[in-house]
Design a protein around this ligand. Sequence first.
Ligand SMILES: Cc1cc2nc3c(=O)[nH]c(=O)nc-3n(C[C@H](O)[C@H](O)[C@H](O)COP(=O)(O)OP(=O)(O)OC[C@H]3O[C@@H](n4cnc5c(N)ncnc54)[C@H](O)[C@@H]3O)c2cc1C
Length: 391
Amino acid sequence: MFDVIIVGGGMVGASLALKFSQSGLKVALLEKTVAPKLAPDAPVDLRVSAINRRSEQWLTELGAFQAIPVQRLCPYQRLQAFEATDGKVTGAELTFTAEEIKQPHLGHIIENNQIQAALWQQFPKELTVFCPATIVSLQQEPGYASLQTQEFGEIRGRLLIAADGGTSQLRTLAGIGSNGWQYQQGCLVATVETEYPQQDITWQQFTEQGPRAFLPLPGAMGSLVWYDSQIRVKQLAALNSTELAQQIQQHFPEKLGKVKVLQQGWFPLTRMHANRYSAGRVVLVGDAAHTINPLAGQGVNLGFADAKVLAELVLAAVAAGEDPANAALLAKYEQQRKNANLLMMSAMDGFYQLFSSTSPLFRFARKAGLTLAANAGPLKAWVGAYAAGLK
Ligand SMILES: Cc1cc2nc3c(=O)[nH]c(=O)nc-3n(C[C@H](O)[C@H](O)[C@H](O)COP(=O)(O)OP(=O)(O)OC[C@H]3O[C@@H](n4cnc5c(N)ncnc54)[C@H](O)[C@@H]3O)c2cc1C
């Protein structure tokens, strides 16, 4: 019998598996795809994340941040938001800097698969990995829960953690419903080579068709995110690299400079929030509990925050000789994380509405808001610290 079974070895699930096994618990990790293995010179992956300071601390505590090759880390010191029309900035530029909040940087842009691989590399031999594993059913019994798998038969544990992403099978098997919607827009993501050396700024340009963002990558590279109607985004994703580069030059601000497109893909935008965070011995973390508009790059940061809170509660319960899936503990976890996640999801939606609307009232509000925020002193520093995950 395992103390903890984690389903899903993505960034969030792998971090929890590592934390619990480093703390001496008997842990099983089930992952449905192959274990991540990366050559040091692997080409840059399309999926990247802005990892804030709090997530960096969590990964460092686990010994994983240090394992990411330094040449795959791109720290950023500045975060900027502005409105632009036809490539020209049309109002105030709101810039948050690491210096304002007395930090060496606001965060790092890192490829998701580098983070995942660094976590997996730290797995101690005591951690049992079932991979690839296909779950067939879930059974909840007094004192334990069991998963029936195609490849490994029955696996029993006292606490089952669903870290299997937005379409979580374990969430469904546990009978936990969810609410949310698919946004009308989608987003195109492109990895590009730029004409500038490595940059320390990430910026977001707001247009009435949707935001356009630049995330710096190591060397002269960057990741671009382009929000638009799904039809438009799919058309863009189907272009060849030269045609897409031409469209980017036309629709991104001049400060981007010339780019060469290396790879591209598109993603639907989904908002989903689980109706509750646990049922019996099953508890949800990361995207299995919530998926959020990637506008401000907060998804995995919220997931790591879930993981940290759950780990602290479970380890304290185990140390006190209590059941790691006791109802009071799981209720406390939900109470601590659900409101924080909802707040961030709603803030992103409000932001998204405000900056995508063509209504004159919204247009006025965002101009006034950016100007006000750019001059807001302590409030601005507070928002900068919040964005860096320090509040
Ligand atoms: C375009 C885009 C940009 C983004 N940018 C950012 C950003 O800048 N910053 C940020 O913080 N977030 C960002 N996000 C969000 C971020 O990618 C997610 O929040 C994050 O990947 C969630 O991690 P996770 O480990 O919870 O789930 P996932 O990454 O979905 O991992 C789930 C894991 O579970 C496995 N799995 C699935 N089903 C099963 C099963 N039945 N059995 C066993 N294993 C299973 C999967 O193979 C996978 O390994 C972005 C998202 C998008 C779409």
